[in-house]
Ligand binder design. Structure first.
Ligand code: FES
Length: 605
């Protein structure tokens, strides 16, 4: 009681003093206005989006007071605020260098007259998340969007890198509608094992496949484990992280030439500084991502995705990014672009080099130069220039071992293709550039695995009834069933691997790591867990793949497929938390696996 009374008296006195102070503020403001002086509460960024107390002056005063507790002067608090969205985490090896990168951005922001304020968001370290990082991409995008919107800033630098972080940041920033500029972590450098260069993670998979077939010993695989990922940064090949970095640059959302700079290269820090400077200018111009991410810039990004032999995941993320500006990425249009875009980048898993070589060879600007005649050159970019202005001058040097000309490409067309048919009425995807062309026209017997647990239980069973010409089918690995893990790269059954089988046709509603390779059909939609035909395939059914016809079919009558679908038991759903929100709201891969309520409603493209 005494304490409570004391608190009330203390509170009343504070409240009285506060009221007196605010009256003085109002008086001072009137006096200054009368004398033509600047108001105390000029609309600086620090006063944007004030906390609701029912008294904006109080909210402004309180915020400034608390901001000053961090040591900022009044002069600094009058500057335009540039938020720095970071996703540093002890569970994200790829972002290990983020603190140094943040400092470089801050340097640039301050030099350009802004006040940099960093803030953390969800981080998605690809290999540390269960069941899969993909399930949390939308959660991160919501975090990024809401924190940009809720906090006072006039622009934001997005620092990400690992696979899902860049798309999550772009999606969130587009929806927040504030000037935003992407800065990626940059790729790892390669390691060495004996005389061989190794890079995560194509070489991880190659050596694991050799280990499974008995070609690599226990002690060798342990030595290799310590030499695959040897620096900070994202995977060293043209995996999903590298693909998304290139896509961000092609979209015009990051500075030219920034995508491929290795994480540990000093140029990466210089790029951070330049990004900080440009973030202030971009904020002053008021150019927001919806003016940069357009139908045309998305088409440019698809061209680049195809030309670099990029990850299949890039298609899902671009579909989600398109959805945030009210566009739908049409998979048949993807095929048209694929048919007229050569693969020109010779990087693993499609070719032989690594991201550090790509950077030294000329990076994304050199690829854009090759594609120039097919690009929309008038697209705006975060630099303030158009894409065309950036590539007006050809690069001074291009290493043609790594970046080919369009006249002498790695592959003439079709790096990625969408396949349709009675297995995938809404589409599926194959990365032709990383597949065995001998399997492109193929009829084989289905060997079905009901889910990932079934794969784990039986794939290496010596009694598994499977032959090299069979088609491995994985069901229930889509977004609703399992968060769409990167499980589409089904291992070759041990008994076949031991006989030297390196590739087989594999089909699933899962995804595949951008670092993987094989004749693998992914993203089958609708997925089996929501009644998609994939779930009705049984072992022994005949499956026909025709890349030429862009088709994937199971050779049984439609009535039989439908009968089997009706017999499928209903699935249990999570009842609470983010898992429930995810299952209730996630869309198919053709719509980027975004949540319905996060897309912007607009016409199709
Ligand atoms: Fe982060 Fe590969 S694990 S990019």
């Amino acid at each position: 009681m005494v304490l409570s009374l004391g608190f009330q008296l203390g509170y009343s006195r504070s409240f009285f003093l506060l009221k007196t102070f605010l009256s003085a503020v109002r008086f001072e403001r009137l006096r200054r206005a009368h004398c033509g002086q600047t108001e105390m509460t000029d609309r600086n960024d620090i006063d944007k989006g004030l906390t609701d107390y029912g008294d904006p002056d109080f909210a402004s005063y309180l915020r400034r007071s608390f901001a000053k507790s961090m040591g900022y002067s009044s002069d600094m608090l009058r500057r335009p605020i540039i938020g720095i969205a970071t996703s540093y985490s002890g569970f994200n090896n790829c972002h290990r260098q983020t603190p140094e990168l943040v400092e470089s951005v801050k340097r640039g922001v301050v030099a350009a007259g802004g006040l940099p304020l960093e803030f953390p968001t969800v981080s998605l370290g690809e290999v540390f998340l269960h069941p899969t990082s993909m399930m949390f991409r939308n959660l991160m995008s919501m975090d990024v969007e809401e924190m940009i919107r809720a906090q006072p800033m006039s622009g934001v630098v997005l620092i990400g890198g690992c696979d899902k972080t860049v798309p999550a940041q772009l999606m969130g920033a587009i929806s927040a509608g504030l000037p935003a500029i992407q800065l990626v972590a940059g790729p790892m450098m390669t390691g060495r094992y004996r005389a061989e260069r190794l890079g995560a993670c194509t070489d991880c998979r190659r050596y694991w496949a050799r280990y499974r077939s008995g070609e690599t010993s226990d002690s060798e695989i342990q030595d290799i484990e310590g030499n695959l990922a040897v620096t900070a940064g994202t995977c060293a090949v043209m995996g999903t992280a590298s693909t998304m970095a290139c896509i961000a640059e092609a979209l015009g959302m990051s500075l030219p030439g920034s995508a491929a700079i290795p994480a540990v290269h000093a140029d990466r820090l210089r790029q951070g500084e330049a990004t900080g400077v440009q973030a202030v200018r971009l904020a002053q111009s008021g150019t927001d991502p919806t003016q940069i991410v357009t139908r045309e810039s998305i088409e440019n990004a698809i061209r680049v995705l195809l030309a670099i032999g990029g990850s299949t995941n890039g298609v899902i993320h671009l579909a989600a990014i398109a959805g945030r500006v009210g566009l739908t990425l049409d998979l048949r249009h993807l095929n048209e672009l694929s048919e007229s875009t050569p693969v020109v980048v010779n990087l693993k898993p499609v070719g032989e080099y690594y991201m550090e070589d790509f950077h030294a060879a000329g990076g994304v600007p050199a690829v854009l130069q090759e594609l120039k005649s097919t690009l929309h050159l008038n697209c705006r970019t975060v630099s303030g220039k158009t894409l065309g202005e950036h590539i007006e001058e050809p690069p001074k040097f291009v290493d043609r071992r790594v970046i080919h000309t369009i006249g002498t490409p790695i592959r003439r067309t079709g790096g990625l293709l969408a396949l349709f048919g009675n297995i995938a009425p809404n589409g599926s995807l194959i990365k032709c550039a990383a597949a065995d062309e001998r399997l492109f026209e193929h009829v084989g017997r289905a060997v079905v695995f009901n889910d990932l647990a079934d794969v784990n239980a039986r794939i290496d069973d010596p009694d598994l009834d499977v032959a090299a010409e069979d088609v491995l089918v994985l069901q229930n690995a889509g977004a609703v069933a399992a968060g769409m893990p990167e499980a589409g790269y089904l291992p070759i059954p041990s008994k076949l691997a031991a006989r030297g089988v390196k590739d087989m046709v594999r089909i699933s509603d899962a995804r595949m790591s951008g670092t993987a390779f094989g004749t693998i059909i992914l993203h089958v939609s609708p997925e089996s867990a929501v009644g998609g035909p994939l779930g009705s395939i049984r072992t022994g059914d005949k499956i026909r793949l025709s890349v030429k016809e862009r088709s994937i079919d199971v050779l049984i009558p439609e009535e039989e497929l439908e009968k089997r679908r009706r017999e499928s038991p209903p699935r249990q759903k999570p009842r609470r938390g983010y898992a429930k929100l995810y299952i209730d709201s996630v869309l198919g891969p053709e719509l980027g696996c975004d949540f319905e309520f996060l897309r912007k409603a607009q016409p199709d493209c």
